[in-house]
Design a protein around this ligand. Structure first.
Ligand SMILES: Cc1ncc(COP(=O)(O)O)c(C=O)c1O
Length: 403
């Protein structure tokens, strides 16, 4: 591997892989292990494992404070948090969402028999294109869910204006945007409410977990009831609810992670800068940038591949990287509208999603986080450059090597 001078040194053509161990897009951040174990011991001593324990309360207060928001309600995962807030807001009929998102955004609606209506994205931001939203509104539309994809904020001004004009509720799936800001305001404070995911693959995790944050007192009270079976006190259920509670062990992980949040972000930021230095300006691939004047978590390193220019497709590049044990991911291919049950419900949805269909075939995510450092990044980028510079030759060889 040293040097990676020619295409013969690629693992896909029989050379040993560049990395002996697999490099993943996101390995969990742990924070201070001793602090975490102390908290677990303390929790065991107290014998309070769930049901609004002290760690859950502390985590909620700290997140609300960090975002400058009145209410944070932590839950068992982001999907259930989304389902609950959708129900608490009274959404029904149709809700407009992007198709280029994790399937949970769509499922959280369909699970409650609400139809997700897929709207196209702005290819520059990968987020909902406000210009196209109004065309998707029908008399059945009750809301919009914007997704701050890869942690880059939606055009919240335009979305707010559209939601107001059409009397729609506005929610955000901020699963990727914990710790990010837009025009100096923390993500979490936009729309009627915002949802976060603290899944193990997110840079801030509680093993499994999620939260709803909102400034709406009534909405927060309703969500608190709903996530606890509708209990308003001992033996008193006043609402239909489910079990969305976060356990104390998850909250302990969250509190420990929060103490190291700046460190997690600065590692991601360092990796982002390394990747940017190596990859920006290479003809045929476009490196996704963050606005460095805002708070960002730099959690996703995204590359857009132009097959016409480099000669090989995004999928071929992913295949080449996987052979090197670089487990690049095709986030979020092929788009929700191409997956069931949405594909059967709307077989022609792609006709109104030209940008989504184009972008999901071009984008890939590269490994980052605490498991990756400058040395690995230099190696990864060397391979990408070699592939880009020799795309046409590699394509021919791959075609010849086909069984
Ligand atoms: C955009 C998006 N929405 C929703 C979710 C669901 O969150 P969770 O896995 O915590 O249920 C995820 C990721 O997992 C996501 O990436």
């Amino acid at each position: 591997m040293p040097g990676m001078k020619n295409v013969d040194s690629l693992a896909i053509f029989g050379s040993p892989p560049a990395f002996s161990e697999k490099l993943h897009v996101g390995r969990p951040n742990i924070g201070n292990r001793e602090r975490f174990l102390e908290r677990i011991n303390d929790m065991l001593d107290r014998r309070w494992f769930t049901n609004n324990g002290v760690y859950v309360q502390e985590l909620e207060q700290r997140i609300a404070k960090m975002m400058g928001i009145k209410h944070c309600i932590v839950m068992c995962n982001g999907t259930v948090a989304l389902e609950i807030v959708i129900r608490a807001l009274g959404l029904r009929g149709e809700v407009i969402i992007p198709s280029m998102t994790f399937i949970a955004t769509a499922h959280a609606l369909q699970w409650q028999e609400i139809t997700p209506v897929f709207c196209d994205i702005d290819p520059k931001t990968y987020n909902l294109d406000p210009k196209r939203i109004e065309k998707m509104i029908t008399p059945r539309t009750t809301g919009i869910i914007g997704v701050h994809l890869f942690g880059r904020p939606c055009d919240t001004e335009a979305l707010t204006e559209i939601a107001k004009r059409h009397n729609l509720r506005l929610l955000y799936d901020a699963a990727h945007a914990f710790g990010c800001s837009y025009k100096g305001r923390m993500i979490g404070s936009f729309g009627d409410a915002e949802m976060f995911s603290f899944h193990a693959t997110k840079f801030f995790n509680t093993f499994e977990g999620g939260a709803i944050v909102t400034n709406d007192d009534n909405l927060a009270a309703k969500i608190r009831l709903m996530k606890n079976f509708g209990f308003a006190g001992y033996d008193n259920v006043i609402y239909i609810g489910t079990n969305g509670k976060m356990s104390e062990i998850s909250a302990a992980m969250g509190l420990t992670g929060l103490e190291s949040l700046d460190e997690f972000i600065s590692i991601n930021h360092r990796n982002y800068r390394e990747y940017k230095r190596e990859l920006e300006g290479i003809t045929g691939v476009q490196f996704m940038t963050y606005d460095e004047t805002e708070n960002s978590n730099y959690q996703y390193i995204i590359l857009e591949v132009d097959e016409q220019t480099i000669g090989i497709s995004r999928d071929q590049l992913v295949q080449i990287l996987h052979a090197e044990n670089i487990l690049a991911r095709r986030y979020f291919y092929p788009g929700c509208h191409k997956m069931e049950p949405y594909l059967s419900h709307f077989p022609h949805a792609g006709l109104v999603l030209p940008e989504t269909e184009r972008i999901v075939k071009r984008v890939l995510a590269l490994p980052t986080g605490t498991a990756v450092g400058p040395e690995e990044i230099t190696k990864i980028c060397q391979i990408i450059r070699l592939v880009v510079e020799n795309g046409h030759q590699i394509r021919e060889r791959l075609a010849r090597n086909k069984p």
